[in-house]
Design a protein around this ligand. Structure first.
Ligand SMILES: [Fe+2]
Ligand SMILES: [Fe+2]
Length: 203
């Protein structure tokens, strides 16, 4: 099975495909999209750092996430490079409604393993959606350099998505993880439906 096929199979977990018109709108606001994307990469790095701080006593988690921090920071650097070389402005950080809404779905309480599952699934979901959006950009954006840039990042974020899910299944009963994952997927689809498509946001 090719990488594309296996990822497509996994990506089908998302319950609401992005409206294909999003790419056209995004393309017209590429300065906003790249700015938002840069902040997404920063947040991805810092959420891995938070996991490492909180679950320092889980060696496999720490060792798995440590290189991802550098990878996400590398993505941030590369997005900045795309902004600079186009003479675009790196704008101010904006309120991230998508992530804020998803964070609100994290179950409070429960034991430490349940809390870990929640955070890992939240991260997995953001990776999965980013991967889906990067794929759309890589296929449909006119700028050929951004096409290959987003193709490469799509592969990387798909790997992170799988890593987060696998970590969740390692520390918690996989059946429970799968059941909760379905709830996360349904919730995410609702959130996206409510937010609608916006050309100035990656999500
Ligand atoms: Fe990334
Ligand atoms: Fe990632």
């Amino acid at each position: 099975m090719s990488w594309e096929e296996s990822t497509r199979e996994k990506m089908l977990h998302l319950k609401l495909p992005t409206d294909p018109r999003w790419v056209n709108i995004a393309e017209m606001q590429i300065e906003d999209i790249l700015t938002d994307h840069a902040y997404c990469e920063q947040k991805a790095a810092s959420s891995c750092i938070s996991l490492i701080l909180r679950f320092f006593d889980l060696p496999e988690l720490v060792d798995t996430l440590t290189p991802i921090v550098s990878e996400e920071w590398g993505h941030f650097e590369r997005v900045m490079e795309q902004i600079r070389k186009r003479g675009l402005r790196f704008g101010e950080p904006r309120k991230d409604e998508y992530v804020t809404r998803l964070q609100g779905f994290v179950k409070k309480g429960g034991n430490r393993w349940q809390q870990l599952t929640e955070v890992l699934l939240l991260n997995a979901l953001i990776e999965a959606r980013s991967c889906e959006r990067f794929k759309l950009l890589s296929k449909n954006i006119e700028d050929s350099e951004l096409q290959s840039f987003y193709y490469e990042l799509m592969i990387s974020e798909a790997g992170h998505y799988v890593t987060f899910i696998e970590l969740a299944r390692k520390y918690q009963d996989p059946e429970k993880v799968n059941a909760r994952w379905q709830e996360w997927l349904s919730f995410e689809a609702e959130v996206l439906k409510e937010i609608g498509i916006r050309g100035d946001r990656m999500h």
